[in-house]
Design a protein around this ligand. Structure first.
Ligand code: C5P
Length: 234
């Protein structure tokens, strides 16, 4: 059953059992799932296969960043796992991103994963950028890297929902904007600083909403997901 909602649930768990217990409470028709560095490093490709076996489409959020050949090979391995989306760091540059797109076109032309790029990590502030030699406003750098990702033929970027409106305007309707840092009005902010509600994020032009703790730490995850989806109905 294909998923027809924009919600991607972040499975930020240290082991497979916890992740699988959580998805058993959810419905693959109502959300996709995100496997990040913690879960993948502890459990390996088996977790992706187990989630797919339960009917979930998987966003493999490993944010690859290396020389073009190495990154493209990693992206090809992700495609061989049959993931729905995989991502890289746009700061790896044009040749790296083009190599990733080309290897997907060659090796998985029919059912290739969506390829997205992280622009500037939202944990980085202007001073942090300055320290690594980037002497411009973070938002200018975000726009620059997002445009580069689009030129390289990527499908979209991961960005803050606050950046989504400007990026949607600059990059057009077809470019995917995948946005974390989402909090329903009534939930705790946790460690997220600049939060946006699901409804605001969609209005800003987000394509997909990455949501973790408001769903996974709820006593009733399916109800939390359903309540979020309800706020998105027009
Ligand atoms: O629990 P929460 O909803 O904060 O989870 C958000 C997910 O999105 C986590 O997996 C986190 O690593 C990821 N993420 C983020 N902010 C970014 C990039 C990714 O919160 N800028």
């Amino acid at each position: 059953m294909p998923c027809n909602t924009p919600i991607i649930v972040a499975l930020d768990y240290p082991d497979a059992q916890s992740a699988l217990q959580m998805v058993d409470k959810l419905d693959p028709g109502l959300c996709r799932v995100k496997v990040g560095k913690e879960l993948f490093t502890s459990t390996g490709p088996a977790i992706v296969e187990a989630l797919q076996h339960k009917g979930y489409e998987v966003f493999l959020d490993l944010k690859f960043h290396d020389i073009p050949n190495t990154t493209a090979s990693a992206v090809r391995s992700a495609a061989e796992l049959g993931v729905w989306m995989v991502n890289v760091h746009a700061s790896g540059g044009r040749r790296m991103m083009e190599a990733c797109r080309e290897i997907l076109e060659r090796s998985a032309p029919d059912v290739r994963p969506l390829l997205t790029a992280v622009t500037v990590l939202t944990s980085l502030e202007q001073d942090d950028l300055l320290e690594v030699g980037v002497d411009i406003e973070p938002m200018v750098q975000v726009q620059r890297l997002a445009r580069l990702a689009q030129e390289c033929g990527l499908d979209g970027v991961v960005c803050s929902a606050r950046e989504a409106r400007a990026l949607r305007g600059a990059l057009g309707e077809d470019f995917l904007l995948v946005t974390p840092g989402i909090r329903p009005i009534e939930s705790a902010a946790d460690d997220q600083k600049r939060i946006v509600t699901p409804q605001q994020a969609m209005e800003n032009g987000s394509s997909y909403l990455v949501i973790g703790r408001p769903i996974t730490c709820s006593d009733t995850p399916a109800k939390a997901l359903a309540a979020i989806l309800k706020t998105l109905q027009r």
